[in-house]
Design a protein around this ligand. Structure first.
Ligand code: B12
Length: 440
């Protein structure tokens, strides 16, 4: 069977934090390939424990819940960003270590490179260049979100031989047929549970129980990528969660789903009941915001008993006009009622984090301030997330009309921290004052 090397590349950005980040698409792919009989090696260049002496240097130590810093070094800024007065960094293992690590690996017959955020592409390019240098004969197959959302840009800029534009289970078999002469049948992420054996010291686990979303929000690409919600069976999700806990000793697990709570009776409730029956003593995290509307008192109780600690929801805006414009996902009444249920179940209101979008086209700073106040009035903690214009979304045209940078031709400007579409009243200074207001 051919030998495959799967690589999660460096992150090049002004800032990045290991907010329970693992390449779940690549990990699912590894599992699917393993089941088909391929020999797999997986290297996650962002793993702080990679090829590093233990114990970890102080600055890389983890929080008790598994989060922590990436190893990072300042690097020259890409030309397009030279006027941005911020340091630019490579997050992940340093290149010399990466190269010596690759040199110890069995020569692969093909390399599979993953990608996520569109504006991290310089890190993908650099990783690919290094892989080409160490393994000049191995074809490189690039896949993941950046390749899927910006295939033309990827073909032009990323040194790879094949581009998997879309889900691996649909498009990778054909690429394999071209390379190896046969197209394997690959299970989808809904048909497999992922393991963490590729990490010498996993600080946490990650699980995705389904792809797609029931909401049709105009700023989000999730429902464009997966128009129908596809899910794991609750039994498989419980098996995956307990497998990560028992085989790899993790105590903290993050859910990546866009629609974890939708139709709770058929999905999340049986999952949590299964987890409780197994007495796993886990802490669950939801760095990707949950929906507010499906919350009920029963669900809140199950969430408390199964180990949810700090929960994040997506409200995005409290402004009724903007809600209508973005695609109504939830309103302030849904937040009020969810908070009642959660409080009854034993959560403190201030433990409930509410994501609110900042920097949408036409969204003045005063509107964001009112949003923050509405959430605070209910006792929850607002978190501002800067709007990132995403190709393929319904809001793209409008985003382009208010663009302060040319993010159509240069994906680096899709970086959320540049506030590329923000109303003139939302200056960086104003944004930091608003962030401070969230914490008060
Ligand atoms: C989980 C998630 C997060 C997590 C973890 C992110 C991470 N870095 O891994 C958290 C909550 C931390 C997060 C944060 C943010 N996120 Co986010 N996030 C997602 C989410 C919901 C799921 C991604 C995922 O893991 N999907 C599941 C896997 C299975 O899918 P996949 O990786 O795409 O893999 C499939 C294919 O691409 C392919 N594939 C993948 N890899 C490979 C490799 C090879 C070789 C091959 C052949 C195929 C292949 O096959 C897979 C199976 O189908 C997506 C939305 C979405 N539904 O995609 C948004 C999304 C990626 N996030 C987005 C944004 C904007 C953000 C934030 C900037 C929000 C903010 N303002 O704070 C931050 C940035 C944080 C950061 N620095 O990482 C945007 C992307 C923006 C962009 N320009 O690229 C998305 C698309 C959401 C949206 N609003 O539309 N996010």
């Amino acid at each position: 069977m051919p030998q495959l090397l799967l690589v999660n590349p460096w992150i090049f950005d002004f800032a990045a934090y290991d907010f329970w980040l693992k390449p779940i698409g690549l990990l699912s792919l590894a599992e699917a390939l393993k089941e088909t009989g391929f020999e797999i090696e997986l290297v996650d260049l962002t793993d702080p424990f990679l090829n590093r002496e233990s114990p970890l240097p102080r600055q890389l130590r983890r929080m008790p819940d598994g989060r922590g810093k990436f190893f990072a070094e300042e690097i020259p800024k890409p030309a397009a960003l030279k006027n941005i007065a911020r340091k630019y960094k490579r997050h992940g293992v340093d290149p010399a270590r990466a190269e010596s690590l690759f040199a110890t690996i069995t020569k692969p017959d093909a390399i599979l490179l993953s990608t996520t955020m569109t504006y991290w592409y310089p890190g993908y390019v650099r990783t690919s260049e290094l892989l080409r240098k160490v393994f000049p004969e191995a074809p490189i197959i690039a896949g993941g979100l950046y390749v899927t959302l910006l295939p033309e840009h990827a073909r032009k800029n990323l040194p790879a031989d094949f581009f998997c534009v879309g889900d691996y289970e649909t498009f990778l078999p054909e690429i394999f047929r071209k390379i190896f002469g046969a197209a394997p049948r690959l299970k989808s992420p809904e048909q497999i549970g992922i393991g963490l054996e590729w990490y010498s010291c996993p600080a946490y686990g990650v699980v995705i129980t389904g792809r797609g979303c029931a909401s049709r929000c105009r700023y989000c690409v999730s429902w464009k990528l997966h128009p129908a919600l596809r899910r794991k069976s609750p039994e498989l999700a419980v098996e995956e969660i307990s497998g990560q806990a028992e085989n790899f000793g993790v105590r903290n697990i993050a859910f990546y789903d866009d629609a974890l709570l939708v139709d709770p009776g058929e999905h999340i409730m049986p999952i949590l009941e299964g987890v409780i029956r197994k007495k796993l003593a886990l802490n669950f995290h939801t760095p990707n915001g949950l929906h507010l509307k499906p919350m009920t008192r029963e669900l809140a109780k199950l969430m408390k008993r199964s180990g949810f600690q700090v929960i994040r929801f997506g409200l995005e805006t409290a402004d009724p006009g903007r809600q209508k414009m973005l695609g109504p996902k939830a309103g302030i009444d849904d937040l009020a009622s969810a908070l009642d249920d959660l409080e009854q179940a034993g959560f403190a209101r201030k433990e409930i984090g509410i994501y609110m979008l900042a920097g949408l086209p036409g969204q003045a700073a005063e509107e964001i301030e009112r949003d923050i106040q509405s959430v605070k009035k209910l006792g929850a903690r607002p978190y501002l997330t800067e709007y990132s214009p995403i190709p393929g979304t319904d809001l793209w045209e409008e985003a382009c009309a208010s663009a302060r940078f040319d993010f159509v031709n240069e994906p680096l400007f899709q970086n959320c921290s540049l506030l590329s579409c923000a109303h003139p009243s939302l200056t960086p200074q104003k944004l930091s004052r608003l962030r401070a207001l969230c914490k008060e």
